[in-house]
Design a protein around this ligand. Structure first.
Ligand code: FAQ
Length: 311
C-alpha cells in the first residue's frame, strides 16, 4: 500500500495545487527540485559571462545600456532561484561550493565562446528563446516558489529575446559584413541551442519522476520541437540559413524535423570538457574571491542591526 502521505501529496498535485515549502513532500521530490533549481541558478549565474564580456565593447550607448540591464537581470534570476532552492533546505554556501569546485552542473550552452558582437544578439534570440520555451512550461510546475520565480523570469526573458531578435534582424538586413557576422553567429549557436534543452527523451533518466510529480509538464523533445517550430521560419524569413542540411518541414505533423544532434559533443561539454568550461569556472571563482569583502560587510551589518534591535 502507498504511504497515505504520498497519496495525499499526489492527490494535491493531481488537483493542480501548489506544494509549498513547509508541506510534506517525498524525499525524492525535494532532491530532484534542489538538483534542478540549483543547476538552473548556476546557469543564470554563469550565463552572465558570455554576454558580460561584451559590455565594454558594445557598438553604441543604447546597445550597452540594454546589455547591462540584461546581464543584471540574469544575476537577479540567479538570486530568485538560489532562494527557491533554499526553501527546500539547500544552503547558499553548499550550492556555491558545488559550483565553484566543479561538482555542480550548469547549462552546457554557457561553455561556448562569444566571439563577435553578433553572438550577443544570437544568445538573446536563440538561448533566451529556448530558455523561455522550457521555463514557460516550468511556470506551471507543482512547486510554488519555483513556479512563481519562473513567471517573473519569463517576463524579463521575453524582453531579452526581443532585443536579441531585433539586433539580428538589423544585422541580417545590413551590410554584407553584418550579414556574414549574423550568419556566423547562427552557425555556431544553432546546435548548442538545440542541445541545451537536454538529451532525447529515451536518454533522459529524470523525466519520468519529474513528470509524475508535475515538475516537468513537457519532455525535452517536446520543448525542443516547440523551439524549432517557432524559430526556424523566423530565421529563414530573416534571410539566414540554418546549419542543418537535413532540416525539413513535415506537412503531416506540421513540425520542422532536424538532423542528428552531436550528443558526444553535448556530453563532453556537460562533463567539463567544452571550449569554455575551465574559463567560466575560473571567472566565477575570481568573482567570488573578489567579492569576499562584500559578504563580510553584509554579515557585519546584519549582526550589528540584530544587536541594535535586541537592545
Ligand atoms: N546542460 O534526465 P535529463 C538560461 C543533464 S537558463 C548541462 O533530461 P532533466 C537563461 C541533467 O542535469 C538555462 N547538463 O535531465 C539565460 C542530468 O544530469 P543529473 C538553464 C544537462 O533535469 C539565457 C542529465 O543531463 N535552464 O538559459 C543539460 O530531466 C541567456 C540527464 O538529463 C534550466 O536549468 C544541459 N543543457 O532535464 C541566462 C531550466 N541537459 O543532474 C543567460 C531547469 C541535461 O541527473 C543568458 N532545468 N543535463 O546529473 C530543466 O528544465 C531540466 O533540468 C533540463 C534537463 C530540461 C535542462
Amino acid at each position: 500500500r502507498l504511504d497515505p502521505r504520498l497519496e495525499a501529496f499526489e492527490a494535491r498535485i493531481a488537483r493542480g495545487e501548489k506544494i509549498e515549502p513547509g508541506d510534506w513532500m517525498p524525499d525524492e521530490y525535494r532532491r530532484q527540485l534542489i538538483r534542478m533549481i540549483s543547476q538552473h541558478a548556476h546557469s543564470e549565474y554563469v550565463g552572465m559571462l558570455p554576454e558580460g564580456e561584451w559590455i565594454t565593447r558594445a557598438p553604441s550607448l543604447r546597445r550597452k545600456m540594454i546589455l547591462m540591464a540584461k546581464v543584471q537581470d540574469e544575476a537577479g534570476h540567479g538570486q530568485y532561484l538560489y532562494h527557491a532552492a533554499e526553501t527546500l533546505g539547500a544552503t547558499r554556501e553548499d550550492m556555491m561550493d558545488a559550483l565553484l569546485s566543479g561538482r555542480a552542473k550548469y547549462s552546457s550552452i554557457f561553455n561556448y565562446p562569444s566571439l563577435t558582437w553578433a553572438d550577443v544578439g544570437m544568445i538573446g534570440w536563440l538561448v533566451d528563446g529556448a530558455a523561455i520555451k522550457n521555463q514557460t512550461m516550468l511556470a506551471g510546475c507543482s512547486y510554488g516558489p519555483y513556479s512563481r520565480a519562473m513567471v517573473r523570469i519569463c517576463s524579463e526573458e521575453t524582453f531579452h529575446h526581443k532585443q536579441g531578435k531585433e539586433m539580428i534582424l538589423t544585422y541580417a538586413a545590413g551590410t554584407p559584413a553584418q550579414r556574414r557576422m549574423a550568419q556566423d553567429a547562427l552557425n555556431r549557436w544553432w546546435w548548442p541551442s538545440l542541445m541545451m534543452l537536454g538529451p532525447h527523451d529515451q536518454d533522459s533518466p529524470n523525466t519520468a519522476v519529474l513528470s509524475r510529480w508535475g515538475i516537468k509538464l513537457k519532455s525535452n523533445d517536446e520543448v525542443r520541437q516547440e523551439f524549432i517550430n517557432e524559430h526556424v521560419p523566423e530565421l529563414l524569413e530573416a534571410g539566414l540559413s540554418i546549419p542543418d542540411p537535413d532540416l525539413r518541414f513535415d506537412e503531416a505533423s506540421g513540425n520542422w524535423i532536424h538532423g542528428p544532434i552531436n550528443w558526444d559533443e553535448f556530453w563532453a561539454v556537460v562533463k567539463g570538457n567544452g571550449p569554455m568550461n575551465r574559463a567560466r569556472l575560473e571567472a566565477r571563482r575570481f568573482a567570488h574571491e573578489d567579492g569576499a569583502w562584500v559578504r563580510e560587510a553584509l554579515a557585519a551589518y546584519g549582526a550589528r542591526s540584530q544587536a541594535q534591535a535586541a537592545d
